[in-house]
Design a protein around this ligand. Structure first.
Ligand SMILES: *Cc1c(COP(=O)(O)O)cnc(C)c1O
Length: 336
């Protein structure tokens, strides 16, 4: 299918590198063999704006410009990578940014929230229960607030995961297939962390549109397998309606692993922190406890169990999140 991409503001340094993880591959190969592991370094899309959200925000920013907006409103947890990236994109492109944040600030301003403040974003924090109960009204409230002051605001959903944002990973899937071709292999599996589902949706759809055999699996960091099954299809349907591209939804192979969520969103057990330390020490790769560390830890457990033993090449998409590591510093006492 020939795709016509919507307006896009180039912000990410693309293509990001595709690198082999040979020390970890060797450590996790089983008596039955196992795949060569690769990492797609989307933690390197930019420096401060790093991570997967930047790919989606290129298209969101394109839409904001097209609509003549001067303000971006979005939402997330206190340590949201998506909010931090949006705050910096706003600063770079000259949009005001209003963040609707979930939870209270405990202790010193740290990690992503510190960057939000440095970038000059306006932040409003809400108790967790109110946030979940009233999110649409909170968006409405802040949109009215800016409208009444003569601004024009674009509301960006959680994680920029909708039919517009997933263009970022439709393009990302094409880029990844090209990387693999250049490296001389055709991957059987692609793995990413799933939080709001848009990365998985874009990669899954992108691989299908490319005619790739690669199976994309999202390792859930919250919610449930059913939630992501539904959310990925919803984002794809939204994409289809907005873009006018028809897609046979029945052909969409949505694969979710929800076995490694652990105690809950942004809460991890010690084995996840140990995997983060191992990845840093063995491969020089910095993972985070909310998304990439949890997903990568889950992937390693599945490798050990032989789930991917018939596969030759598996690509883990490193979606970023390094700033979210630092507020978890007390969990690394086992290193001292
Ligand atoms: C948001 C995020 C994810 C999850 O991506 P979704 O598209 O929201 O599912 C994964 N990793 C990092 C570091 C993130 O910030």
């Amino acid at each position: 299918m020939e795709l016509t991409f919507p307006p896009r503001v180039r912000l990410a340094n693309l293509p990001t590198p595709l690198q082999p993880l040979d020390r970890i591959t060797e450590k996790f190969s089983t008596p039955f063999g196992g795949p060569r592991l690769w990492v797609k370094r989307d933690d390197l899309t930019e420096s401060a704006m790093s991570g997967n959200k930047l790919r989606k925000l290129e298209f969101i920013a394109g839409e904001a410009r097209e609509r003549g907006c001067d303000t971006l409103i979005t939402c997330g947890g206190i340590q949201s990578n998506h909010c931090r990236t949006t705050a910096l994109v706003g600063a770079r492109l000259g949009f005001r940014v209003q963040l609707i944040l979930r939870g209270e600030v405990a202790g010193p301003v740290d990690g992503n929230l510190l960057v939000d403040e440095l970038a000059g974003a306006s932040t409003a924090c809400y108790p967790v229960r109110q946030y979940f109960a009233e999110l649409p009204q909170l968006f409405e409230h802040w949109k009215d607030f800016y409208d009444q002051r003569g601004h024009r605001a674009l509301c960006i959903p959680t994680g920029a995961s909708d039919g517009l944002g997933i263009w970022g990973y439709i393009a990302g899937a094409a880029e990844l297939m090209d990387d693999c071709r250049k490296a001389g292999f055709d991957p059987e599996h692609i793995v990413c962390a799933s939080g709001s589902g848009g990365t998985q949706a874009g990669l899954t759809l992108g691989c299908q549109l490319q005619g790739s055999r690669a199976r994309v699996t999202g390792y859930a960091v919250c919610d449930s397998a059913e939630y992501f099954q539904r959310k990925v299809r919803e984002d794809v349907r939204d994409w289809s309606q907005r873009s006018g591209n028809r897609i046979d939804e029945k052909l969409l192979d949505v694969s979710v692993n929800a076995d490694y969520i652990g105690p809950g969103y942004a809460v991890a057990d010690e084995p996840v922190y140990r995997t983060i330390a191992d990845a840093a020490a063995e491969e020089g790769l910095l993972l985070d406890p909310v998304y990439t560390g949890k997903a990568f830890h889950g992937l390693l457990q599945e490798l050990r169990r032989g789930r991917y033993r018939d596969c030759e090449n598996l690509v883990f998409v490193h979606t970023g999140g390094q700033f979210g590591l630092f507020p978890h510093r007390e969990h690394f006492s086992f290193l001292m």
